[in-house]
Design a protein around this ligand. Structure first.
Ligand code: NAP
Length: 260
């Protein structure tokens, strides 16, 4: 299926690897020109070259911390202040216990996983509205639907973003801008590897055993892949997705056992 977005321009944040890279690859495969971001310049430059070579599109890497105003300013400058497609993403907060988190821990998580995405939408969505077309996909987490105790900082910040999007997405849709969230369940990325390592350390088992124990709780009996995730993202950015507004699409292999 042609997604009808060839020649569009996208910003994909936190995209040198993992889910962000999956989204960048899938958009590039549709002929979308990219600005991609991550903090580590070397990895990011390599990813940009690989994506450009594989898909024949222009990919501009901007090495910056997207959770800071300075980092966002660098990325927006590379875009010339405008994009047709915005995929927000950043690293997730560390695990811990609810009794231990300080005000500063919460502020850091909210900055990274809520306010950064909101600031980028505030910067780019007005231009999309003026031009009558835009797509925003926020990478949040399955934790928005089903809390993960040790990731309380993530539960908190991402639920705040979800509330913002619920209201804002309905205020911009009449101008052709569709804003939605993608909720990853467990996917096979570095983040998952480090979470498995944490479980292994806590339970005195191997990381492979930690993974195997988790896999049996998922109806597909495996972890998601970045390319699965990217394909869903590209569809939400497509022409065909014009009637999908303010939704929270859960990609978790059926792990959340609910009827609706
Ligand atoms: P990942 O494999 O660890 O990749 C993270 C990517 O983000 C890297 O490219 C990293 O590059 C970049 N990054 C991290 N912090 C950044 C920052 N402050 N500014 C710019 N770039 C930054 O993680 P992932 O699994 O793709 O996860 C992506 C998001 O989805 C995270 O928020 C994670 O918590 C969430 N999530 C993941 C899963 C899962 O199973 N994988 C499940 C639920 C939610 P640099 O380190 O070089 O900056």
């Amino acid at each position: 299926m042609d997604l009808g977005i060839r020649g569009r321009k996208a910003l994909v944040c936190a995209a040198s690897r993992g889910l962000g890279r999956g989204c960048a690859e899938a958009l590039a495969a549709e002929g979308v020109e990219l600005v991609i971001n991550a903090r580590g310049a070397e990895d990011l430059a390599r990813t940009a070259q690989e994506i450009a070579a594989a898909h024949g599109v222009r990919v501009t890497p901007v090495a910056a911390d997207i959770t800071t105003p300075e980092g966002r300013a660098q990325v927006l400058e590379a875009l010339g202040g405008q994009a047709d497609i915005l995929v927000t993403n950043a690293g997730g907060p560390p695990p811990g216990h609810w009794t231990d988190w300080s005000r500063e821990d919460f502020i850091r998580a909210i900055d990274a996983n809520m306010l950064s995405a909101i600031a980028l939408m505030q910067a780019l969505v007005p231009g999309m509205m003026d031009r009558g077309w835009g797509r925003v996909v926020n990478i949040t987490s399955a934790a928005v639907r089903s809390p993960i105790g040790q990731l309380g900082l993530s539960n908190t910040a991402r639920t705040g973003l979800t509330g913002f999007v619920a209201g804002m997405s309905r205020q911009v849709a009449e101008k052709g801008v569709c804003v939605n969230n993608l909720l990853p369940g467990i996917h096979d990325t570095d983040r998952a590897t480090s979470l498995d390592q944490g479980v292994a350390d806590a339970q005195g088992i191997t990381p492979a055993e930690a993974r195997a124990r988790r896999e049996v709780t998922i109806p597909t009996r495996d972890y998601g892949r970045a390319e699965d995730f990217g394909a869903a993202c590209a569809f939400l950015c497509s022409q065909q997705a014009r009637f999908i507004v303010g939704q929270n699409l859960l990609l978790d292999g059926g792990a959340l056992n609910v009827t609706i």
